[in-house]
Design a protein around this ligand. Sequence first.
Ligand SMILES: N[C@@H](CCC[C@H](N)C(=O)O)C(=O)O
Length: 282
Amino acid sequence: MKKLRFTKMHGISNDYVYISTFDQPEEDWEQLAIRLSDRRTGIGGDGIILVCPSDVADAKMRIFNADGSEGKMCGNGIRCVGKFVYDKGLVPAEKTTITIDTLSGIKTLELTVKDGKVQSARVDMEAAILRPADIPVRYDGDRMIDAPLEVDGRIWNVTAVSMGNPHCVTFVDDVDSLDLEKIGPHFENHPIFPERVNTEFVKVIDDHTLQMRVWERGSGETWACGTGACATAVAACLNGYCKKGDDITVHLRGGDLVIRYTDDTVIMTGPASTVFEGTVEI
Ligand SMILES: N[C@@H](CCC[C@H](N)C(=O)O)C(=O)O
């Protein structure tokens, strides 16, 4: 029986099983993501994240959702990967600017370190993608903003944004009362999203504050989604609820993220936490 070393980490309760391939061989990650994510029979998590060697950055990140599908980007995950790389000494202790290669490009992180451990990270998520074909969403206009969409027998007004992965943002009066287990899968598998979609349900608190719940492609409702918070802040600016260049606080079930959107980039700031380490038989 083979053994795999892992670190359980979370970014405001969006929890993944982190596995280093710096010193462990390749495995069938799709199958392991399904098995290890199970909260009763596995380690438990919203998926698994691999921290891999890279020729072009300090490390490479790969994210597998709980259903085994591979995502291209993970906002909460990348802050934890920055912490993992620093805390494990994979970069020198004086190096607090870290680069991480992802399937949606190389991202730069500024780490905040206390007593030799990373507490939080500020990530340059790069420009939001709004061109429908690049998100991807089947939509005829040049940007899908506040567009009516029928989902599960109701009309929702949606804004489509890619942060390296696809998001559908809808503004509602109340997020707490929504039955995400029922409506989430209808958004995720809606035929206008050829690669499925992550969906954010958002209440505007004021012009600097948003409350959000998320139904993630491949993982269901999670307590937070970093790329989802970025897409939400972008959508809030595009819909006139918030202003570009301002710090926008997004309240999620598991905590807060601060997002700043400009035409050139989206900056996300938030914590990264280690829960425990262990080995698992595979
Ligand atoms: N939780 C993540 C996003 C994870 C991937 C997503 N479910 C997808 O398939 O695109 C985040 O914090 O961004």
